[in-house]
Design a protein around this ligand. Structure first.
Ligand SMILES: *[C@@H]1O[C@H](CO)[C@@H](O)[C@H](O)[C@H]1NC(C)=O
Ligand SMILES: *[C@@H]1O[C@H](CO)[C@@H](O)[C@H](O)[C@H]1NC(C)=O
Ligand SMILES: *[C@@H]1O[C@H](CO)[C@@H](O)[C@H](O)[C@H]1NC(C)=O
Length: 404
């Protein structure tokens, strides 16, 4: 029979793996075979790790103004940033109208972000949502239904991770509160597969001082934080295993002079960025990397960026290029440790009322929504605006939708 001949499977896979998510989403409609292939978890995983799927910097900037209220832009920087040229930004998503309640963005883990509303209220609100900007899927998490102990004051921390054995994404919600005597912790974990929260009964004495990392420090199913202080010239690292749902702790490296430190990822390793005289024109930063067996650390880089004004490290990209936020000029700059060049990334940020987040982002086909495929992927903008608007919402168990 002469007709359309099928490409051999391995050649087809090899071709498709090189394509961006946007095209693959369209190619799903070519045939049942392509659909099944592109939806398969092994394809999704290979596509994410393919060398063509390069990490790029993603900047989220939030500004507040009297006439526009809150606006948020998610912009992707180009793969190659040319020194002394403002890079051309690709806007991934813009929230401009009617957004009132956006608080923060965490992640990414496998291309997924966790978005958080202002003042999460665990009792009567869904305050968190998962979002895949590449597939435009958005998924509000159900509210936490556990009783809270009475507390005077509290703060909280979120972490997104992947449980490789159950192939399940999980969100950890650590709440710290003080009774009359001492700080306490309440730990809840959400499973995307179950679409529900559960309370973890855990003895976790170190939760009281977990420091937010730079980006999402999630590696092979484990999330890491720096805990305690750097003052004994050494530090502790706290971890949460997404599979066993257990906390762990280990000793970090010893720092003779460091006054400041933040955990981050450097490629596929856990790393620590520590600073001597941080944020000042004279500052020096060291990058330490944890070796495979968690017991030893190696210093891989020392950077002295010679930025003449006060600055704050807020991200590290490919090839150890560091991103600094410069308050005085509202800029974000990229420092290349090899050429020692500083490039303005072309942002005008709002550090007074606004905030910004920088992350290393690789797009992914990882699905968030369960059940029916056909449900409005195309109105992600409306769904997200709606979710973050205090004044109009209709959220049900399957997500939030615009009122008709
Ligand atoms: C998900 O559901 C299973 C089965 O009911 C349960 O064993 C597991 O603990 C749940 N996980 C989470 C994180 O809720
Ligand atoms: C984000 O930064 C870009 C570049 O400076 C700017 O054009 C845009 O208006 C900013 N977005 C917000 C919401 O501030
Ligand atoms: C999926 O869609 C079909 C037909 O529209 C419907 O009958 C079914 O209940 C839906 N399933 C879920 C899980 O929403």
């Amino acid at each position: 029979m002469v007709g359309r001949r099928h490409l051999p499977e391995d050649i087809l896979v090899d071709i498709l793996l090189r394509l961006p998510v946007e095209l693959l989403l369209r190619f799903r409609c070519v045939s049942k075979r392509w659909y099944a292939l592109i939806k398969s978890s092994s394809f999704i995983e290979k596509h994410f790790h393919h060398k063509n799927n390069r990490a790029r910097l993603l900047v989220c900037n939030l500004t507040m103004s009297l006439d526009e209220g809150m606006s948020i832009d998610f912009s992707l920087l180009p793969d190659k940033i040319v020194p002394d040229v403002h890079p051309e930004l690709k806007i991934l998503h813009q929230l401009r109208r009617r957004v009132t309640d956006f608080n923060s963005v965490a992640g990414p883990v496998d291309g997924l972000f966790l978005l958080e509303k202002v003042e999460p209220n665990p009792e009567d609100d869904n305050s968190l949502a998962l979002w895949n900007p590449a597939t435009r899927e958005f998924w509000p998490l159900p509210p936490v239904t556990f009783e809270l102990q009475p507390f005077r004051d509290h703060n909280y921390q979120f972490a997104l991770g992947f449980d490789p054995s159950a192939r399940d994404y999980k969100v950890l919600w650590i709440q710290k509160f003080w009774d009359d005597v001492s700080p306490n912790c309440l730990v809840n974990v959400y499973s995307l597969r179950n679409n529900s929260w559960k309370n973890l009964k855990t003895e976790f004495p170190y939760c009281c001082s977990l420091h937010n990392p730079i980006g999402a420090t999630h590696l092979n199913g484990v999330y890491y934080w720096l805990s305690g202080r750097l003052d004994n010239k050494s530090c502790r690292i706290c971890s949460f295993d997404m599979c066993s749902e257990q906390f762990g702790e280990m000793q970090g490296p010893v720092f003779p002079n460091a006054q400041w430190g933040q955990l981050m990822l450097r490629g596929d390793s856990l790393a620590l960025l520590v600073g001597v005289d941080p944020c000042k024109p004279t500052s020096i930063y060291d990058v330490w990397v944890m070796n495979q067996h968690e017991s030893s650390w190696t210093k891989v880089l020392t950077v002295q960026p010679l930025i003449k004004v006060s600055h704050l490290p807020c991200g590290v990209g490919e090839d150890d290029k560091m991103i600094f936020q410069i308050d005085e000029t509202s800029q974000l700059v990229l420092y290349d440790p090899t050429t020692r060049q500083i490039t303005d990334l072309g942002f005008q940020l709002d550090f007074i009322y606004g905030r910004s987040w920088v992350s290393n982002y690789k797009e992914s086909l990882v699905p968030i929504r369960r059940g029916n495929d056909s449900q409005g992927e195309d109105n992600a903008v409306e769904q997200i605006e709606h979710f973050f608007n205090r004044f109009e919402k209709t959220c049900g168990p399957r997500g939030c939708y615009l009122k008709n």
